[in-house]
Design a binder for this molecule. Structure first.
Ligand code: BV8
Length: 233
């Protein structure tokens, strides 16, 4: 009996673009007038934690208000109706996959609504500002929170899960990512190595094109829903 394919879905900022959230490299690498690497870096946070915390506090209201679009929603439908495993490994720090109803979502670059207490490791979940006054409810330390976001130079979250899912994936679907940031940009190579069929949904063909069996170009709110409908047969 043929096994129902396990599906590994990698998403990037492009899937949230049509929900009104800025991508990273559209504006020649500037993001809210900052170079992501300057703000989202270990050095940047060590140099000026208040500045980096304020940067993410500033983004929270628009991220919290954003609504999932047709691409998020069809992935949630796929997870619900597909008989095999469906996992979304997202580089996005927004929670639009969860808002759309997806359950198996792995935020390998962290989440904007979480902050990590550097004194005790407690993860605070809040859309409110996190700053030098924020008290840790677990260890009562004040102001020692870092956005629970993976900065450049930091290891990704859930990599053990990601490696297991890449080995068992039968279908690898990349949606809305430029394939610039590693190790996420290398996942398609691993999936290919372990025998997965690999598809890329993007406005354009990215530099990873050697590893994708097929490129479906266009806006993912237009290209993904018919593909998912066909997949569900
Ligand atoms: C690590 C948090 C080990 C911030 C992010 C030299 C060579 C290779 C690698 C490196 C190197 N030097 C350093 C590195 C490693 C570095 C890296 O890859 N740097 C790059 C810039 C060269 N990586 C790391 O540091 C990672 N950690 O390697 O750990 C280690 C440990 C210790 C010491 C050293 C190493 C950590 C990476 C995570 C960094 N954090 N985010 C935040 O999100 O606030 S990365 C950031 O970029 C976001 O997470 C974002 O998701 C990610 C990738 O960007 P995309 O999502 O792809 O977004 P982008 O704008 O680029 O593209 C959007 C795409 O969508 C486009 O292609 C567009 O065409 C498409 N699109 C737009 N609209 C639509 C659409 N497609 C379809 N429909 C649409 N409507």
């Amino acid at each position: 009996m043929n096994k129902v394919p396990d599906i590994f879905i990698l998403t990037g900022a492009g899937i949230s673009a049509e929900s009104g959230l800025a991508t990273f490299r559209a504006q020649n690498g500037l993001w809210n007038n900052h170079k992501v690497e300057d703000v989202a870096s270990v050095e940047g946070f060590a140099k000026d934690p208040d500045y980096v915390r304020a940067f993410y506090n500033g983004l929270k209201p628009e991220v919290q208000k954003a609504e999932p679009n047709a691409a998020h929603l069809c992935l949630a439908k796929l997870e619900k109706l597909w008989k095999g495993n469906v996992n979304i490994i997202t580089q996005n720090v927004d929670t639009l996959h969860e808002k759309a109803g997806s359950k198996n979502v792995w935020h390998i670059h962290g989440r904007i609504d979480e902050a990590l207490c550097l004194s005790c490791g407690y993860v605070l979940n809040t859309w409110q500002d996190v700053n030098a006054q924020t008290l840790c409810p677990h260890c009562q330390t004040k102001g020692n929170f870092k956005p629970n976001i993976v900065f450049f130079g930091e290891n990704l979250q859930y990599m053990d899960t990601v490696e297991r899912l890449l080995r068992t994936a039968d279908l690898f679907i990349s949606i809305g990512t430029s394939g610039v940031v590693y190790p996420a940009a290398g996942f398609v190579q691993t999936a290919k190595y372990y025998g997965a069929r690999t598809l890329e949904f993007n406005l354009e063909t990215t530099s990873n094109n050697f590893y994708f069996d097929k490129h479906i170009t266009g806006k993912c709110t237009e290209t993904l829903p018919p593909f998912i409908t066909e997949l569900l047969g």
